[in-house]
Design a protein around this ligand. Structure first.
Ligand code: GTP
Ligand code: MG
Length: 174
């Protein structure tokens, strides 16, 4: 077995981080969701307040997945979760263009913690009205150097593609 990878799964509120980790994890995911008490409660009932933790084996690689909270009031957790990460993925809800600038900001924040490989995941690409990859790239003001991948976080094969890609980026960089 090669060394385990620590990958952080971040992104704005409701982008699908907990779903992403839960879909692929081989073990029951440690989830810290609590009932929403802010104006976001119209969107969904619960939000992650500390972290998601899951673990998956892909081939001979062990991946530890650490999902972040999306609401900025829990941002004190971000740096803790970023400790010793080898890479991170930024999920965006492709049907929610107003959240794209916030996703772009997260790339800056996590890159400043550790300058490690990362990519953009245009999630919920199965939904009507989802922005295409070019629109996500433009909305996030992302250059051509960064990979943007479509994803449906409810589908294991789709999440697996994203993880294989980030691992390839990590292995190429190191
Ligand atoms: N159709 C569709 N629904 C998705 C997809 N990914 C996530 N969802 C749904 O979107 C909603 C929000 O997903 P979560 O995983 O809770 O999002 P989150 O990013 O963890 O949210 P916070 O922790 O509150 O920031 C849930 O109802 C998910 O089932 C997707 O790719 N397609
Ligand atoms: Mg969550």
């Amino acid at each position: 077995m090669s060394r385990p990878y620590k990958i952080v799964v971040t992104g704005p509120f409701n982008s699908g981080k907990t779903q992403f980790v839960t879909t692929i994890s081989d073990i029951p995911v440690v989830r810290t969701e609590r009932r929403i008490t802010t104006e976001d409660r119209g969107i969904k009932g619960e939000t992650t307040v500390a972290m998601d933790y899951g673990r998956v084996e892909l081939g001979d690689q062990v991946i530890h997945l650490h999902g972040t909270p999306g609401q900025a009031r829990f941002d004190f957790m971000w740096e803790i979760l970023a400790t010793e990460m080898q890479g991170f993925v930024v999920l965006v809800d492709s049907t929610d263009p107003p959240s794209f600038p916030e996703a772009a900001e997260l790339i800056k924040v996590f890159s400043e913690f550790h300058a490690v490989p990362h990519l953009i995941v245009a999630n919920k690409s199965d939904l009507d009205g989802a922005a295409n990859l070019a629109q996500v790239r433009r909305g996030m003001n992302a250059g051509n150097a960064i990979t943007v991948m479509p994803c449906v976080a409810t589908q294991k094969s789709s999440v697996r593609q994203v993880l294989l890609q980030i691992i390839e980026l990590i292995n190429t960089a190191s």
